[in-house]
Design a protein around this ligand. Structure first.
Ligand SMILES: [Zn+2]
Length: 130
């Protein structure tokens, strides 16, 4: 259960970048999430929605998740194979001498800001319930 920690880390990073760039609003953040990062996306979204509601800069910002497929490299035969299907055993040569080369990411890919600074909208229509 480290989703909340990840969310706080993302928000801190985004806030730092925004401050350095004089950005006052963030509308969306795209996160690269590795297939085997162990992060539950649903829970991450819940934590996100709660955490951004506490941030002036990021209130209402969406979290977009780009899933990075997990790949493992076999050090004995050099094969790169999908981790989820085969685990730690190389499907090419049966070796266990393998390591994950991608798929463990929790990394910010993109931060979306409004096209132009607009005044706060006056109609505060609540977002629709799911
Ligand atoms: Zn192999």
């Amino acid at each position: 259960m480290h989703e909340l920690g990840i969310v706080f880390h993302i928000i801190r990073s985004v806030e730092d970048v925004a401050r350095q760039n004089n950005v006052r609003r963030v509308t969306a953040v795209t996160l690269e999430l590795g297939e085997v990062s162990g992060v539950l996306e649903d829970y991450l979204q819940d934590c996100w929605n709660w955490a951004v509601s506490k941030s002036d800069l990021m209130r209402g910002a969406r979290l977009q998740v780009a899933v990075i497929p997990a790949k493992t490299l076999c050090e004995d035969c050099g094969m790169v194979y999908p981790t989820v299907a085969h685990g730690r055993t190389c499907p090419g040569c049966g070796s266990g001498h393998t390591h994950l080369i991608q798929g463990n990411e929790t990394m910010i890919r993109d931060i979306t800001v409004p096209q132009e600074e607009e005044p706060e909208p006056t109609d505060s229509s609540a977002p629709g319930e799911p």
